[in-house]
Design a protein around this ligand. Structure first.
Ligand SMILES: [Zn+2]
Length: 271
């Protein structure tokens, strides 16, 4: 079966949406310094993208590193499995195209890209944890900015192919998940920024007081930095100091203390 996604319509919507956003701020060149995963209005997008329905893999894959694996052979989590706070999506495991968490809730924290600051959605437990985290960061003198929370399969498709059109597929996959493979579709991930970066996503986030605070404190609220430095071979992603993902306080603390990625924690859990 083939899904025909009318990207043209989505593009029009995005153009109208982008027009309501604040003007971008010029920043110094840093690695992967593109401003966040919000395609610009001049983005060249294919008029129509054909996304084949994946063929389910009847043999469940054991937990494994699959940083460079081929997405085509990925197994598909049931919607029930995808609702676990420990649900693993990587290059060899993914959510279904239609998966959408039932408990999405507005995240009431500051955003420079979305007026009102409550547009971002996450699953409710993760959303409350983000609000607690931002509150404590503020008490410590840090103003963190929310940049991008839940993304539907369709929105991730739009974002991913935007980056493919700019950098080519292989390069885009290093920092943007193939649709279905995104922690943002699970409703558990949030991208973070600062006022200095005008809400954009930059590797240099880790050089800011906010980025350092997030690195050292996010686990206390149940979050991990999913794609740590020097782990691209296992995760498939460059270091993304801005991308946090909810797993619960216990798992996040163990992962933080051991410098693990989620795959390692799941291995450890399986004994
Ligand atoms: Zn992200």
């Amino acid at each position: 079966m083939v899904n025909m996604l009318k990207i043209g319509l989505l593009g029009t919507f995005l153009f109208l949406w982008a027009c309501t956003q604040a003007s971008p701020v010029e920043l110094e060149e840093v690695p992967f310094s593109e401003p966040s995963y919000h395609p610009r209005e001049e983005a060249v997008l294919p008029q129509e993208i054909i996304v084949p329905e994946p063929v389910p893999n009847p043999v469940p894959n054991p937990v494994q590193f699959c940083g460079q694996a081929d997405h085509a052979g990925a197994s598909i989590l049931s919607d029930e499995e995808a609702l676990s706070y420990l649900a693993l999506v990587n290059r060899c495991q993914r959510a279904s195209n239609s998966f959408e968490p039932r408990d999405l809730s507005p995240v009431n924290v500051e955003s420079l890209r979305v007026r009102g600051g409550t547009h971002h959605l996450m699953r409710s437990t993760a959303a409350r944890a983000v609000e607690d985290m931002f509150q404590e960061a503020a008490l410590a003198g840090h103003r963190i900015i929310a940049s991008s929370g839940y993304r539907s399969y369709e929105l991730q498709t739009l974002f991913f192919y935007h980056w493919v059109s700019r950098y080519g597929r292989a390069e885009a996959m290093r920092f943007s998940a193939v649709p279905g493979h995104s922690e943002h579709q699970l409703g558990l991930a949030l991208d973070l920024s600062t006022v200095e970066f005008a809400g954009g996503l930059y590797g240099a986030f880790i050089t800011t007081p906010e980025g350092l605070w997030v690195r050292d404190n996010a686990h206390r609220f149940g979050f991990i930095v999913s794609y740590p430095e020097g782990r691209e071979a296992e995760t498939g992603f460059i270091y993304e100091p801005w991308h946090i993902r909810y797993v619960g306080v216990e798992a996040a603390t163990i992962i933080y203390e051991n410098n693990w990625i989620l795959e390692e924690y799941l291995w450890y859990q399986e004994g």
